[in-house]
Write a protein that binds this ligand. Structure first.
Ligand code: SF4
Length: 300
C-alpha cells in the first residue's frame, strides 16, 4: 500500500479538546456503580481508569475484571496494580453472572488480570465465568479479553472449550515498541495465540486492539494490521493511549479523530469484518455493536 499523506497538524503533543469526557449525571451510572460494589466485583473500567466509564456505566454496561485486581505483570501503559495476587475467589463467576443479569447485559465482556502465578494463568476461572453467564442467560453474547497465558495450549483449550463467542487478545502496540510497552509479553506470541484460538475453535471470532500515540510509525501500524489479518483476526479496535500517571509511559502524540477515521477505513479495506477506531475507543468500548451471531460464515 502506498504511504498515506497525513497533515502533521493532525498530530498534536498536548492533550486536546476531543479527549475531554463528560462527568456523570445519569442515575444509571450510580446504580451500575452501586451494583458492582455490592457484589464485590472489579471492573477494568475502574482499575484501568478508562476515560469512558461515565458513558458506559450510564448505559448500564461495564467490563468485569475477574481473578482479582492485582496483576502479575507491570506493563508500562496500564493502570492496573502490580502486586502479589490473592487466591482466586471461587464464588466470583456466579457474582459476575448475577451482575450481568441485574444489568440486563446482552453482550458480556470479561477480562482478567494476568495470573502468571497460577499454572493455568486463570483459564479455568474464565471458563467457570463463561459457564455461569451461559447458565443464567443462554443467548447472551460472551466476549473474553484474555492475557496470553504464556502461550500454554492447555490454558487456551480450557477457555475455548467453554465456547465464548469472541476471543479478544490485544497486541496493544506495533512490533518494535512491544518490549517497551508490554511487560513480559511478546508480539509474535500474541499473534500466535490469536491464530491458534481461531484454529482450535473455528466458529469463534478473534479480536485484537491497538493503542496509538506511543511513537509508532504509520507503516508499522499498517504492518500490525496485516499481521493480525494474516493470523485470522476479524475484529479490530484502535484507540489513543492516555497516560494514567507520571509513572507510566509518556504519550508521544495525540492523534486527531480524522486520522483514526482514516485508519478505520484502511483496516476495513484490509478485511476486518468490524473495526472501531477513534481516540476514546477501547477494547470493550461499545463491544455490543459487533454481533458475532450475525456474522456471515464463509460460503453462507
Ligand atoms: S470502554 Fe470498556 S473498559 Fe472503558 S468504561 Fe467502557 S466497558 Fe469499561
Amino acid at each position: 500500500m502506498p504511504p498515506i499523506k497525513i497533515d502533521p497538524a493532525l498530530h498534536q503533543a498536548r492533550k486536546p479538546e476531543w479527549l475531554k469526557v463528560r462527568l456523570p449525571s445519569n442515575p444509571v451510572f450510580f446504580s451500575t456503580k452501586a451494583l458492582i460494589s455490592d457484589l464485590k466485583l472489579h471492573t477494568v473500567c475502574e482499575s484501568a481508569q478508562c476515560p469512558n466509564r461515565w458513558e458506559c456505566w450510564s448505559l448500564g454496561t461495564a467490563t468485569f475484571m475477574i481473578a482479582g485486581d492485582r496483576c502479575t505483570r507491570a506493563c508500562g501503559f496500564c493502570a492496573v496494580a502490580t502486586a502479589k495476587p490473592f487466591p482466586l475467589d471461587p464464588d466470583e463467576p456466579e457474582r459476575v453472572a448475577e451482575a450481568a443479569m441485574r444489568m440486563k447485559v446482552r453482550h458480556a465482556v470479561i477480562t482478567a488480570v494476568a495470573r502468571d502465578d497460577l499454572p493455568d494463568g486463570g483459564a479455568e476461572h474464565f471458563a467457570q465465568t463463561i459457564e455461569a453467564l451461559r447458565r443464567r442467560k443462554p443467548d447472551m453474547v460472551i466476549e473474553v479479553l484474555v492475557p496470553d497465558f504464556n502461550g500454554k495450549e492447555a490454558a487456551l483449550r480450557t477457555v475455548l472449550d467453554a465456547a465464548p463467542h469472541v476471543f479478544n487478545h490485544n497486541i496493544e502496540t506495533v512490533e518494535r515498541l512491544t518490549p517497551l510497552v508490554r511487560s513480559r509479553a511478546k508480539y509474535r506470541l500474541s499473534l500466535d495465540v490469536l491464530r491458534r484460538a481461531g484454529v482450535m475453535a473455528p466458529g469463534i471470532t478473534t479480536k485484537s486492539g491497538l493503542m496509538l500515540g506511543l511513537g509508532e510509525k504509520e507503516n508499522e501500524i499498517f504492518q500490525a494490521m496485516d499481521d493480525l489479518r494474516e493470523h485470522g483476526v476479524g475484529v479490530l479496535t484502535i484507540g489513543q493511549y492516555l497516560r494514567p500517571s507520571p509513572k507510566h509511559l509518556p504519550v508521544v502524540e495525540y492523534i486527531a479523530p480524522e486520522v483514526f477515521d482514516l485508519y478505520g477505513e484502511i483496516a476495513r479495506k484490509k478485511g476486518f469484518v468490524h473495526v472501531s477506531s477513534g481516540p476514546l475507543v477501547r477494547s470493550s468500548y461499545h463491544a455490543g455493536d459487533f454481533d458475532p451471531l450475525k456474522l456471515k460464515k464463509p460460503g453462507a
